[in-house]
Design a protein around this ligand. Structure first.
Ligand SMILES: Cc1ncc(COP(=O)(O)O)c(C=O)c1O
Length: 363
């Protein structure tokens, strides 16, 4: 009799497992702490909480939990279309932007294809590539910055997708809109460029790829409600692309992949301009507070514009555990080939102060 492993699809056997930020309750139980005293600065969540408009709408939607959600995500796509000056058919809604990236990979990747991304790029690009038997081509990032010329040079006739996040996670660095547009324009016409803009709302300027899209270039943009809108727990993200690419990706999407409160929450959050600007302001102040503190403590860190900073901390792996004992959860970056580095999410001013005070013990 064959084992399950012998029966499994080949890529599944070697598929790496995504290591998420450790949940508050789990850390509290492990170290005998009161969950209320534990702070999680490990998953780039919004320290201000959820968008109030999003929260109210999601709460209201709970009354209709006996109904399936709108599988077509009609109203959210209409709202996004108005925001982006595109058509509803230019959007695919996912259970987080993570899902739309997997759907993109599912629709387009097969064994033999190559996928190009940076060596310290968001790990999901690699997971999506491997899951469908394609080959990751990881381009070195000198100084932890994307080398866009090297990425372009890594493209071969086998390349199917190029992924780029700006800002990138876990390094936090950005590429200028001009550089991004130039890269998109330089790619061969059968390569799909996926620009991941999970943290776009924190930037003053983002690349506008719509003109290139209108020219018929193969490119998609992904966004999420998990960060600046504060709705990570609802899991909503989306992909922007041509009607044709969205139509194809929609064929592999589950009919009800985005749940009822999630759709309602995301729709309402889009109108929450007040919360969005408060998030942006608080984040800029938090980045400055953490940067100043890290500088004062003499720790090397990568300047960043998203809602986190990567910092080099002596004995980082040990520090990760010691910090948890003190009720502070951060993210070790060893899995990204950045042993010795920790990723620190921007918290409230008090949380940032507590983090810096705990970090001062590792000098
Ligand atoms: C660069 C980047 N892209 C995408 C995501 C996925 O976010 P979500 O699936 O919550 O939309 C994350 C999450 O941390 C991220 O850092």
């Amino acid at each position: 009799m064959a084992s399950y492993s012998e029966l499994a699809n080949r890529p599944v056997l070697t598929q790496p497992v995504y290591e998420a930020g450790r949940p508050i309750e789990v850390v509290a139980r492990e170290f005998g702490l009161d969950p209320a005293s534990v702070i999680k600065l490990a998953s780039n969540e919004n320290p201000l909480g959820p968008s109030p408009l999003g929260l109210a709408a999601a709460r209201k939607a709970l009354e209709n939990l006996h109904l399936y959600p709108d599988g077509g995500c009609t109203f959210l796509r209409e709202k996004l279309a108005a925001k982006w000056s595109l058509r509803p058919s230019n959007f695919v809604i996912g259970n987080g932007s993570n899902e739309v990236m997997i759907l993109l990979a599912q629709a387009f990747l097969r064994p033999g294809d190559e996928v190009v991304f940076g060596s310290q790029a968001f790990i999901v690009y690699k997971l999506a590539t491997l899951l469908f038997g394609a080959t990751p081509v990881e381009v070195p990032m000198p100084g932890f910055r994307h080398d866009l010329a090297a990425m372009r040079a890594a493209v071969t006739p086998r390349t199917r997708i190029v992924f780029l996040a700006s800002p990138n996670n876990p390094t936090g660095g950005t590429d200028s809109p001009e550089e991004i547009v130039a890269l998109a324009r330089s790619l061969p016409e059968d390569v799909i460029f996926c620009l991941d803009e999970a943290y776009a709302e924190y930037l003053d300027r983002t690349a506008d790829l719509r003109p290139l899209m209108a020219e018929g270039r193969k490119l998609v943009v992904t966004r999420t409600f998990s960060k600046a809108y504060g709705l990570a727990g609802l899991r909503v993200g989306y992909l922007v692309g041509s009607e044709e690419v969205c139509g194809l990706i929609n064929r592999v999407r589950q009919p009800f992949n985005v749940n009822l409160p999630a759709l309602a929450g995301a729709e309402a959050a889009l109108d929450d301009a007040e919360f969005l600007s408060r998030s942006r302001r608080a984040n800029a102040e938090g980045v400055a507070q953490l940067s100043d503190g890290l500088r004062r403590l003499g720790f090397e860190f990568i300047p960043g514009h998203a809602n986190f900073l990567a910092a080099k901390i002596p004995n980082a792996e040990e520090a990760f555990t010691t910090l948890q004992k003190a009720g502070v959860i951060v993210r070790p970056l060893k899995g990204y080939g950045m042993g010795g580095w920790l990723r620190l999410t921007v918290g409230t001013p008090a949380q940032n102060e507590r983090l810096l005070s705990e970090l001062s013990k590792f000098r």
